[in-house]
Design a protein around this ligand. Structure first.
Ligand code: ATP
Ligand SMILES: Cc1cn([C@H]2C[C@H](O)[C@@H](COP(=O)(O)O)O2)c(=O)[nH]c1=O
Length: 210
């Protein structure tokens, strides 16, 4: 039986990494084979593309180049990690996937959504996540969390340097997608304590996939 494909989405600093650590511990304790991965990235080639996408070099990054690199990374990630894992019955938990492309390249950059949909269909064929957990919280809160985290690690990537309006568009695109696809995308209130966020995530996975 094909495994389940779960994606975790949300803006910068909303708490995805924190909650993925919880999901990892919880699912692994059940003895279920689960592959944890991320986008852009997840394979050596895709991780190299991630570096190119996030680096702050002086070279202009045209929007088209960004979009094609995101899908190039996704293509190799699907072929080498995601599809093989699902086919052998493992569950896959992915930190960001194509909803991020709609949110960042579609909403944030204002790129043509029909072009994203064409690439999605071309690269993924019929593969879509079984469940997407959208961590959502007001921008004032998430940007202060991200800032605090960046002060600790001392770096800011190319996306994190965008203006507030960019992240407002990202958030509203994510929320609009959740409204259109309520059976797949579950909005999780990420503004509360870590344990409460974890409890909501656990309840959503149990309700939708168990
Ligand atoms: N519910 C929470 N309440 C308070 N602080 C939190 C909560 N969840 C995460 N944090 C803190 O907020 C910061 C950002 O969290 P985290 O790195 O998990 O976010 P992220 O969504 O993975 O970020 P990014 O996408 O930018 O990498 C960290 O310092 C983390 O400890
Ligand atoms: C999958 C995907 C990602 N992005 C952006 C969103 C983030 O700013 C970075 C990834 O870094 P993080 O550690 O996960 O926060 O990449 C994007 O613009 N489009 C995408 O499809």
């Amino acid at each position: 039986m094909r495994g389940k494909f779960i994606t975790i989405e949300g803006g910068e600093g909303v708490g995805k990494s924190t909650q993925i650590a919880f999901v990892r511990e919880w699912l692994l304790a059940q003895g279920r084979e689960t592959v944890f991965t991320r986008e852009p990235g997840g394979t050596p080639r895709a991780e190299r593309l991630r570096e190119l996408l996030l680096e702050n070099s002086g070279e202009t990054m045209p929007d088209e180049c960004e979009l094609l690199m995101v899908f190039a990374a996704r293509s190799t990630h699907l072929a080498n990690v995601i599809r093989p894992a699902l086919e052998r019955g493992a569950w896959v938990v992915c930190d960001r996937f194509t909803d991020a492309t709609y949110a960042y390249q579609g909403g944030g950059r204002g790129m043509d959504v029909s072009q994203i949909a064409t690439l999605e269909q071309w690269v993924q064929k019929d593969l879509r996540p079984d469940l997407t957990l959208l961590l959502d919280a007001p921008l004032d809160l998430t940007s202060s969390r991200a800032q605090h985290r960046n002060t600790t690690i001392g770096t800011t990537d190319r996306f994190e340097r965008e203006q507030r309006e960019f992240f407002e568009r990202v958030r509203s695109t994510y929320r609009a997608r959740a409204q259109r696809e309520p059976n797949r995308i579950v909005v999780i209130d990420a503004s509360v304590e870590r344990d409460q966020v974890s409890a909501s995530i656990r309840a959503a996975i149990e309700k939708h996939l168990f």
